[in-house]
Ligand binder design. Sequence first.
Ligand code: ADP
Ligand code: MG
Length: 296
Amino acid sequence: ATPTALMVGTGRGAQLGILIKGPEVLESTRAVDTVVLDKTGTVTTGQMALRSVHTVEGVSGAEALRLAGALEHASEHPIARAVADAAAAAEPDGVLPPVDGFRNTPGLGVQGVVQGHLVLAGREGFVHGDGALPEPLLAARESAERSGLTAVTVGWDGAVRAVLVVADAVRPTSAEAVRRLRALGLTPVLLTGDNRAVAASVAREVGIDQDQVIAEVLPEDKAAVVARLQAEGRTVAMVGDGVNDAAALARADLGLAMGTGTDAAIEAADLTLVRGDLRAAADAIRLSRRTLGTIK
Ligand code: ADP
Ligand code: MG
């Protein structure tokens, strides 16, 4: 393609809410056949809210929320923000107790000392190890996941004591975006650190095939998933928003960042979807095909 044609494509991209790093990016877009979509913050809004609190006997919901909220206050994860905000709102003065020795394990959860208790919050295996959750936490977790909600397991002083249910909403534009990607002959894949049940439910809601759902992937392994698809001969576009997506965005043949996402994702990507509207991913691919197609 001529440089002039590429510049025209770049200008049209800006009108569509697509920020292109350089005109050469359009060249790599043309061959894409697979679009990997991060779940939280990309297919969904990432704006989580606390829905319910479940505790074992002898523990009050207020105590569980205070300890978990104080701990999550130190984390920037969307789940953490939902828990900390709800916990602060439940305090008479809006102030949560401080946390000591805070530690974040990306993709798994957080831990720290609050009011003399060593508190853990995050994925069940991270907090609880192996073995079944005690009732009524098990029932709460299963019912949450059936509905596509995320269950955060909370424990302190060596025992699991609560499950907090947080909900994230699928972006209203995501199902149409998936339809448009399919119409371009692309295969959509859902990639997430969240558990299988939640991932399956979101995939169903937006029209991604169940055999194209890759769940429970640790942040450092997302790039390896992209590399594996490439090794199968696929040309991969990846759309993400988080710090945990940056390596995968860089690894992909074409990296697209949500404009509503983190600086790390935007820096690693070739394109930014300014309005955080996933339909612009399909527009970007259609635009580059058309720009390059007319010149050849
Ligand atoms: P995604 O890949 O969908 O953007 P992440 O990789 O950020 O999700 O997180 C994966 C999972 O790890 C979350 O669904 C959650 O269960 C758990 N998790 C990570 N950080 C936290 C936290 N601060 N508090 C509670 N749970 C967490
Ligand atoms: Mg994300």
